[in-house]
Design a protein around this ligand. Structure first.
Ligand code: UDP
Ligand code: MG
Length: 342
């Protein structure tokens, strides 16, 4: 790139940062104080020569090692950094969700704050997105994590998630992803749901691609996760499955079974009453009587269950506007102007 185009780009960055940046890099941070300066520099290096404006949105997830203070002081001097400080530790998914809500770019990149993802891969992800995708997911083909406790469970989880959701990716767990921002604009994520974003987006009709990215071993600090996370992931997978299959209208599923059971119970009851009253037969010792009672009781229970599930769904949808995290402070470009009020 020659000097005139660099100065043109610099000018463009100045002007467009007054409006809003084109790209937001969202990084959830929990106790990564040693990695942060390297990470922010590496992101800036990888992006500053590109012909668009960007912002780095670091969300401090209640760190106790001074990460928040460091981000705060960096954001006071750097124009390309915004620090969103959460009130306490909520978890990687809520932190990412907070980042989405504060990100202003038309395109969003997510990555980890521990230097395991490589910012030098960002331009390649963006180029792939440009080919006409809504989401490009990184694939850590040479993943540098413990084999037994991390790689094996994640292989099984990826296979399961692929089968259940119909979106077969090699590496759901890779945080390095690129999204068109409208895709994540109103997704409120909880649990471990951020990793299901490709599947959730696919349900909404998104075009999804996967591409190999670099992965490095952790240099500083330590991983916040162990094998137990796999169980949480599997539970969340079940939630996604039911969301897709039944829970859009639970009453249609449980209510139907309930009604069929009640109808059969009533029919059997009528038959038995007929035997007793019209033909004078004894019915007290018939298995059919037990069946009729069981059908009636189960039917009523299924029906009520469907009703409850339907109410729950309503509450769930209505509560979507509520944030799953609380923000203490926002430092950096224009301060506290979130897309959402929290
Ligand atoms: N993280 C977070 N909140 C948490 C745990 C982790 O924001 O409660 C961040 C962490 O700082 C890192 C990313 O999520 O940027 C991934 O965490 P980690 O590197 O520990 O996970 P791993 O790479 O071992 O899967
Ligand atoms: Mg990591």
């Amino acid at each position: 790139m020659n000097t005139s185009s660099i100065s043109q780009n610099a000018q463009r960055q100045d002007i467009s940062s007054l409006i809003s940046p084109e790209l937001s890099v969202v990084v959830p941070v929990y106790n990564e104080v040693e990695s942060l300066p390297h990470l922010i520099e590496a992101i800036a290096t990888s992006l500053k020569e590109m012909a668009f404006s960007y912002e780095i949105v670091c969300v401090d997830d209640g760190s106790t090692d001074g990460s928040a203070e460091l981000l705060k002081s960096l954001a006071q001097t750097r124009t390309d950094l915004r620090a969103v400080l959460l009130r306490r530790n909520y978890g990687q998914t809520p932190a990412m969700s907070a980042g989405f809500n504060y990100a202003r770019g038309k395109v969003i990149i997510t990555m980890d704050g521990d230097l395991q993802n490589d910012p030098a891969d960002i331009p390649r992800l963006l180029a792939k997105l440009e080919e006409g995708y809504d989401l490009v997911s990184g694939w850590r083909k040479n993943r540098q994590d413990a084999a037994l406790s991390r790689l094996l469970p994640s292989k099984i989880a990826n296979w399961l998630i692929g089968r259940v959701t119909g979106v077969e990716l090699h590496d759901y767990g890779c945080s390095l992803k690129a999204y068109r921002s409208e895709l994540v604009a109103d997704m409120n994520l909880y649990g471990e749901l951020h990793r299901f974003l490709p599947a959730l987006a696919f349900i909404e009709g998104a075009r999804i691609a996967e591409m190999q990215v670099r992965h490095h071993a952790r240099k500083f600090g330590r991983s916040k996760y162990g094998i137990w996370r796999t169980f949480r992931v599997v539970m969340d997978l079940l939630t996604v499955y039911f969301m897709k299959k039944f829970l859009t209208r639970p009453m249609h599923v449980f209510g139907l079974f309930g009604m069929v059971a009640i109808a059969l119970g009533i029919l059997l009851g009528c038959y038995l009453t007929f035997l007793k009253l019209a033909l004078g037969q004894s019915i007290g010792d018939r298995p059919l009587l037990i069946l009729a009672v069981v059908l009636l009781v189960t039917g009523v229970q299924l029906f009520s269950f469907g009703l409850l599930a339907e109410l729950l769904m309503r509450t769930y949808h209505e509560s979507q506007g509520r944030p799953i995290y609380r923000v203490r402070e926002v430092v950096g470009e224009n301060g506290n102007n979130s897309n959402k009020i929290d």
